[in-house]
Design a protein around this ligand. Structure first.
Ligand SMILES: Nc1ncnc2c1ncn2[C@@H]1O[C@H](COP(=O)(O)OP(=O)(O)OP(=O)(O)O)[C@@H](O)[C@H]1O
Length: 593
């Protein structure tokens, strides 16, 4: 013998309230939606039928809400079949798919009334004829049917607040909720006599002037989203029955935070923060759209992530890409302003997305030692993309490289050096070179042999001064002559330096382990003195050993500062000492004054 399932309605309502719906407030949406569907169904058969939905809500006596529609209504047989059977809906076709013209499809919406009330009373009269019927459903799973009083076709649902749910029956709250969900619906809807719908979507095509329409769109963003958009991009994807606008954000957005969009389904609000409508790279835009074809999840709070959503996402992405490309073509100045706001996000995405990379390549000016310019401009001019990987290396080398006609990009800003390397994806034959301080050292000219011989004692003395600081002194000739000294740390030496600093801080065991990585001598940073500089020449000729030491030490300090190198405690002690020592030498002794 086959038996029927028994359903514990309390359990089902708990399930809905705790796991499906985010808040009891959705009961307003579900009632509104049933009323809209009923009006739609009636007007499908009789386009001249009235289309009105009225909510009356009072908070006296704990709270009651009544919603009346002029919709299709239900006969007694339909009441048994549709209202009293969970999961049964009149809005699905023979195959069980939601019918296109209706908002509902799951057959559970009415249950949401039990989130806020113990009893729902429905008085309905079918437009097809027959007497009015009253159905009273209770949260404990029982229902009663009896005759109803109602002259015109349509339905009235009445709820009384359950103790503890009174806040959902406050007239202002209900007005706000009805406006939130229903303000774009194409029928007149009133709450306590006040209309909350009627004007339609702000992007509708009508007889407003272009300026008026544009102002409405901006006004909507200001009022509803709370910002004045950088730009407004109109959206239209016929396959998804989708229209709307994308607002370009006027402030930086984090691409990692998948921003949500305001989505209306057949003019009724589905979600204020629906994710997944735009591709990840379009993090800089917030959409407000109305769609007839995309499917909701059963909670009606998000879009169902299916193939159709994926196709729509692509189409919307193309639209925004088109906007960006258009901006580049027609209004580079605006594109630059856009990048000034969103460059970090655009750059982050350019690491994976060729389209964004192209945008950065052509439009984002980078710092170089020959002025700010885009990567595209740089390689058109110089052929090679030569860059320093860190701001410190750029600080050390920019001036010297420029003096030797070596243009170089500062890759030290967030993502910049990765992007320079990535540009190869656009142009596989492109030469990309990372400039290392040791590369620059090789272009320094050796001194002629006589000068080298004559300055050998000075170099030896200078070496003794800075030996304990772990660097090697070399005397060379290079441009610009105005630069007396350079402190060059190549990558290996920088690593060795970090090792040394760490070793000083850790215990013996670790220091021993770290020593295994250390390489001797040739990795030491170089203090390169420029013999072309008149001051250095004078220092090299000093007879006084103390003064020579002071001068070398202060040149060392100067080189550290110029190259933005970290100043260790030993360095700052030396800087102090050399500065005071030089001052002492420079000032006349007091008895001579
Ligand atoms: N105001 C109304 N006028 C006419 N029929 C109604 C009304 N409210 C509900 N019904 C009938 O009751 C059925 C069940 O409603 P319910 O809200 O539970 O589900 P649904 O609207 O079909 O789907 P969903 O769960 O997606 O909202 C509806 O399919 C409809 O036939």
């Amino acid at each position: 013998m086959s038996r029927s399932f028994q359903v514990d309605l309390r359990g089902v309502v708990d399930l809905l309230s705790q796991h499906l719906y985010s808040s009891p407030r959705v009961y307003v949406r579900e009632l509104l939606q049933n009323a809209v569907d009923a009006v739609t169904a009636r007007r499908a058969a009789d386009p001249s039928a009235p289309a009105g939905i009225a909510i009356d809500v009072h908070s006296a006596d704990g709270g009651t809400l009544r919603i009346t529609d002029t919709g299709i209504g239900l006969s007694e047989a339909q009441v048994h079949e549709l209202l009293a059977t969970i999961g049964r809906s009149s809005k699905r076709d023979e195959l069980g798919y939601g019918r296109h013209e209706f908002l509902g499809q799951f057959g559970i919406g009415l249950l949401s009334t039990f989130l806020v009330a113990d009893e729902a009373r429905v008085v309905t009269r079918s437009a097809g004829g027959g007497p009015a019927v009253t159905w009273t459903g209770r949260a404990d799973g029982t229902y009663a049917i009896g005759p109803g009083e109602r002259d015109a076709a349509g339905t009235t649902v009445t709820l009384t607040a359950r103790p503890g749910a009174e806040q959902w029956f406050v007239p202002e709250t209900v007005t706000d909720l009805a406006a939130l969900y229903g303000s774009m619906l194409p029928f007149e809807i009133t709450v306590n006599g006040k209309a909350i719908s009627g004007t339609g979507t702000p992007w509708r095509a009508d007889d407003r002037s272009a300026g008026h329409r544009a102002a409405d769109l901006v006004g909507y963003a200001q009022e509803v989203l709370g910002f004045t958009p950088f730009d407004v991009v109109e959206l239209d994807v016929p396959e998804a029955g989708l229209t709307g606008v994308a607002y370009v954000l006027p402030f930086p957005a984090n691409p990692a935070e998948h921003a949500g969009h305001r989505v209306y389904l057949k003019r009724m609000l589905l979600a204020e923060n629906a994710p997944g409508l735009l591709p990840d790279w379009a993090f800089f835009a917030r959409c407000v759209v109305d769609t007839g074809e995309l499917r909701p999840t059963a909670s009606r709070e998000a879009l169902y992530d299916d193939e159709q959503l994926a196709v729509t996402r692509e189409a919307l992405g193309d639209r925004l890409r088109g906007w960006l490309v258009g901006l580049a073509g027609t209004s580079p100045e605006r594109l630059n302003r856009f990048l000034a706001v969103h460059h970090l996000g655009v750059k982050a995405l350019a690491l994976h997305d060729d389209e964004m990379l192209r945008l950065v390549d052509e439009w984002w000016p980078l710092e170089t030692n020959v002025g700010r310019m885009t990567l595209a401009e740089f390689r058109a001019r110089y052929g090679v993309l030569r860059y320093c990987a860190t701001a410190e290396e750029f600080g050390q080398l920019a001036g010297v490289a420029a003096a030797q006609d070596v243009p170089v990009i500062n890759g030290g800003y967030t993502y910049d050096s990765e992007l320079v390397e990535r540009v190869r994806a656009l142009e596989p034959d492109l030469l990309v070179e990372r400039l290392d301080p040791s590369d620059i050292a090789t272009v320094f000219a050796e001194l002629d042999s006589a000068t080298a011989l004559a300055t050998r004692p000075f170099v030896a003395a200078a070496q003794r001064c800075v030996d304990r600081l772990g660097c090697e002194v070399v005397l060379r000739e290079f441009e610009p002559a105005s630069l007396p000294v350079l402190y060059l740390v190549d990558r290996a030496a920088a690593f060795a330096g970090e090792l040394r600093a760490t070793k000083d801080k850790v215990d013996d065991l670790w220091a021993g382990v770290l020593s295994a990585f250390e390489k001797p001598e040739q990795d030491r940073p170089q203090l390169v003195l420029n013999y072309r500089n008149p001051l250095v020449q004078r220092v090299s000729r000093l007879r006084d050993a103390d003064l020579t030491a002071l001068a070398v030490e202060s040149l060392y300090g100067q080189a550290l500062l110029l190259g933005h190198h970290p100043i260790r405690p030993a360095d700052s002690a030396l800087l102090n000492r050399s500065f005071l020592g030089l001052l002492d030498h420079a000032l006349p002794a007091s008895e001579q004054r």
